[in-house]
Design a protein around this ligand. Structure first.
Ligand code: GLN
Length: 191
């Protein structure tokens, strides 16, 4: 199994290190020719969603990646990556890939609570650590999207088909269970 990680901006290195601990092959996606290699799943890391969106267009990565996601390539968006997949950002920002039936709120916890750590139940994984950095949350899900985790009534993880999103950064917790969950999705899609 091989995972492509969008590496134009943000916290892609942390995902690489986590996949290393899971002994999973990965490579960086920085330009269209990187998409010529076969791969089984895509990670959209945390960072700054507005910058990533601009770079995706400038680097001609937007269209091919959107096509792949629509065609069913498993994708895992963390934090800013969640915002890239959302069909709507209700406060401040326009959608990017627009492939997932979730409405997200950007920088949703305000300045005071900009970054925090928590523990909460994740569907099928039990209680796991979660690190939030200027995080969004999901205001509502629709279509086939379903909620995987919530904190204080706010949705922080969801899945729709082969799309998985977390408002938090599992790659910063040292706990690989959400990545393993994603790799299982990739394996299912592959076989
Ligand atoms: N606040 C960032 C945004 O709006 C997301 C933060 C993150 O990815 N850690 O894109």
């Amino acid at each position: 199994m091989r995972i492509g990680i969008l590496a134009v901006q943000g916290a892609f290195r942390e995902h690489e290190m986590l996949l290393d601990t899971l002994q999973t092959e990965h490579f960086q996606i920085r330009q269209p020719k990187d998409l010529d290699r076969p791969f089984d799943g895509l990670i959209l890391p945390g960072g700054e969603s507005t910058v990533m969106k601009k770079l995706l267009h400038d680097l001609d990565l937007f269209e091919p990646l959107q096509k792949m996601i629509i065609a069913g390539l498993p994708v895992f968006g963390t934090c800013a990556g969640l915002l890239l997949l959302a069909e709507e950002i209700t406060n401040n920002g326009s959608p990017c890939f627009h492939t997932m039936s979730i409405k997200a709120v950007r920088n949703a916890y305000g300045r005071q609570l900009g970054s925090f750590a928590a523990e909460a139940a994740f569907d099928g994984l039990g209680v796991i650590p979660m690190v939030f950095i200027r995080a969004p949350y999901i205001e509502s899900v629709s279509g086939h999207a379903r909620i995987l985790a919530s904190i204080d009534g706010k949705i922080v993880a969801a899945r729709e088909g082969y799309q998985l999103v977390t408002a938090f950064h599992p790659e910063l917790t040292g706990n690989g269970s959400v990545h393993r969950y994603f790799l299982d999705m990739c394996q299912k899609r592959k076989s």
